[in-house]
Design a protein around this ligand. Structure first.
Ligand SMILES: [Zn+2]
Length: 374
């Protein structure tokens, strides 16, 4: 670990700033990351004096809760809290310490700086080798959720949200607002009333540490399944004379999310994993890899009941999660999931858009499952 350089990973500023929820994805990364595995973090914050507002009985406990939050979103890397660690506090020792100090390794904190995370990384490979988190004793801390509190005309900063921010630096995240981004993110350089990670923060970490492999299956360009679905609606209305049904998912939503669900499933993700990943994508946490490469040969598709379960969940997601209003369709959830997945099954097994559409229509007319085009 000789060829390392030390970089100040950025501080979080103690300036009140309320984030505005601009729905643009824009996390920023340093360019270095940890190798996969377990990352010990030596907690040396001490016990403090008495119970904190959120019930934590020590600074280390409050910090550990921030570690737990991040760990839930990471696959390839997990923080491991070393409680009440007594390792020496050294800079450049390849050990990650967390502690309070009035200076960080002899240097003065920049003005208004609550905490600092150091950054050591190998120059040639951009592998991160160390990050110490130093909380500035010039500030008063507590642990609580909600708007920033103060007492006696002095702010009492929530150590957990500062910890979430600094752990983001430890992972390799930079300040998006200092990289030309305008997003709601705890990783923005100003700390304020935002007390939790946002989808953008999670997407940034997942871009560095999410498990999964790139799918080896090509899905058709989006306009083709959209065209298929438009034809399906007409068939349901005019040929099957289907009654109108209420749905919360617009036709494009049906096609794009069933396509993603199918991508995870043919990438050997189970039903639950595929559903979680699609719903996270809807929340803007970014695209996930699939679970494994698709084996050669005819590509199998998930059973109808699982597809329908996904589709019903998507309806709830659009209604309760996205607040979409009801709309009318002629294709019910079961019809949507069955025939869109059939269309994709034909497409992924060698059929053109026209062939796949014709084969699904034949099935709807009762002519049975058609051969694929391999
Ligand atoms: Zn920062």
């Amino acid at each position: 670990m000789t060829a390392a350089r030390r970089i100040l990973a950025g501080a979080v500023m103690a300036v009140l700033a309320v984030s505005t929820g601009v729905p643009v994805r824009g996390f920023a990364i340093f360019g270095s990351a940890w190798p996969p595995g377990t990352l010990p973090v030596h907690l040396q914050l001490g016990s403090g004096s008495g119970t904190l507002v959120d019930g934590s009985t020590s600074w280390n406990q409050a910090f550990t809760s921030a570690i737990d939050v991040w760990n839930a979103h990471l696959d390839l890397l997990k923080f491991s809290a070393v409680q009440d660690s007594t390792v020496p506090r050294e800079d450049g020792d390849d050990v990650n310490q967390v502690f309070f100090d009035s200076r960080y390794y002899g240097r003065a904190f920049p003005a208004d700086t609550l905490a600092i995370t150091t950054r050591w990384e190998l120059v040639d490979t951009s592998v991160r080798t160390e990050g110490d988190i130093v909380f500035n004793t010039a500030f008063t801390f507590d642990s609580y959720r909600g708007p920033v509190r103060s007492s006696g005309g002095r702010e009492r900063w929530d150590i957990r949200r500062v910890a979430l921010h600094e752990l983001g630096h430890l992972l390799g995240l930079d300040h998006p607002d200092e990289k030309g981004q305008s997003v709601s993110a705890l990783m923005n350089h100003l700390l304020g009333d935002l007390d939790a990670l946002t989808a953008d923060d999670i997407a940034g970490a997942r871009s560095l540490y999410s498990a999964g492999v790139t799918s080896n299956v090509s899905f058709p360009p989006r306009n083709e399944p959209n065209d298929f679905y438009a034809q399906l609606i007409v068939i349901y209305r005019d040929l099957l004379r289907a009654a109108a049904v209420t749905t919360y998912v617009d036709p494009e939503g049906v096609v794009v999310w069933l396509s993603e669900y199918a991508r995870y499933r043919v990438g050997l993700c189970d039903h639950g994993t595929a559903t979680i990943r699609v719903f996270s994508q809807i929340d803007n946490t970014g695209v996930y890899g699939v679970c494994a490469l698709t084996p050669a040969g005819p590509i199998p598709f998930p059973p109808r009941d699982e597809g329908l379960d996904f589709m019903n969940g998507l309806d709830v997601k659009y209604h309760d999660g996205l607040g979409r209003s009801a709309m009318t369709s002629f294709v019910n959830n079961e019809g949507a999931v069955v025939w869109v997945l059939e269309y994709f099954r034909y497409r992924l097994n060698g059929c053109t858009h026209g062939d796949a559409t014709a084969k699904v229509l034949a099935q709807i007319r009762g002519e049975g499952i058609q051969p694929v085009c391999l």
